[in-house]
Design a protein around this ligand. Sequence first.
Ligand SMILES: *Cc1c(COP(=O)(O)O)cnc(C)c1O
Length: 391
Amino acid sequence: MPVSEAWHQRLAAARADRQQTHRWRTRQVVANGASESALDFAGNDYLGLAHDPRVSEAQADGARRFGAGAGASHLVSGHLEVHDALEEALAHWTGRERALLFSTGYMANLGVLQALADRHTAIFQDRLNHASLLDGAALSGARNRRFHHRDANDLENLLGRSEYAHKLVVSDGVFSMDGDVADIEDLVSACKRHNAWLMIDDAHGVGVLGDNGSGCVGSTWSSAKVPILVGTFGKALGTAGAFVAGDTALIDHLIQFSRSYIYTTAQPPAIAAATLKALDIVQREPEHRTTLNANIAYFRREALRLGLPLSDSTTPIQPLILEDEARTLTWATRLQQHGIYVGAIRPPTVPKGESRLRITLSARHSRHQIERLLEALTACQREETACLANA
Ligand SMILES: *Cc1c(COP(=O)(O)O)cnc(C)c1O
């Protein structure tokens, strides 16, 4: 059998497997400025900053001043003043000594875990942690254990039985598919008792939670309690990229040893300029968080009244757990016919039997738009009842 034939068979088998289980993923091409044509309740632009003309203008201006790209990695000649200014602003915002930029959140998580952990380290992760944290643990070669979701007792059991000298506990801040928030206090005390370090990936919390918008950890928990804080810019800040914040020893270590920091071109400086503007808006204009929270409260109140299967989340991520995969697809397709995008999340992203519509709210949504979403959801409900009646 020729070599390429073997490869084609391998790809065809993987495809057949996905297709048979109706889990073949497809992309859709979104028209430029999607939000004009369809209502987006799937994205993570929680404060509407991805569409704020001031942020776009800062990016355009940055590109004119600094060029389209950084031209080199941070350790060579790609670390510009604007990158440095952003790192300083992030450190100040989150109450940390230092912050370090990464090109994406995925790379930040790979880079932190690879630089800190090795096969003499034990990593303890919440079961529902983001894929990038699992991949980072695999890359590091550390012993990786998973504890039950938000279950500090289970975590303490695992920590107590571990004989590793270096223990690292890792959790999402806001869980990306459920919208619930880690109990930082529980995690901090578990780590203290068992002499472990704590890393929180607050990708969905920064910009949204906390008094100054610095997330569920930022201004609330010091780096003595939460030594490693990861945040991203692609969600509430509306741009792209990520940061790690912590004390000088941590950041220096990452600059020396984090391979996804060292061996990659620095983020385009224009993105850093845009992120600086977004950060400034987040700090100066708390009204966007107020609007967002009012939208969340309105959606929850109405969805509850309609008997929709709401979760406990108080964040912009409001999943409706429909359980069944086919049902989830049917609802998502129906919503699309109403011109509304929501995420249809199915295994393997979530456990079997927990398929869901991942609805996300933004400060940018008007009351009228949320009403349209609720009407479309009501139509899905009605159709299902009609089907059952006919069956
Ligand atoms: C989105 C996300 C990431 C990845 O961030 P990117 O900048 O999009 O690569 C990491 N962790 C969590 C929890 C996320 O939700």
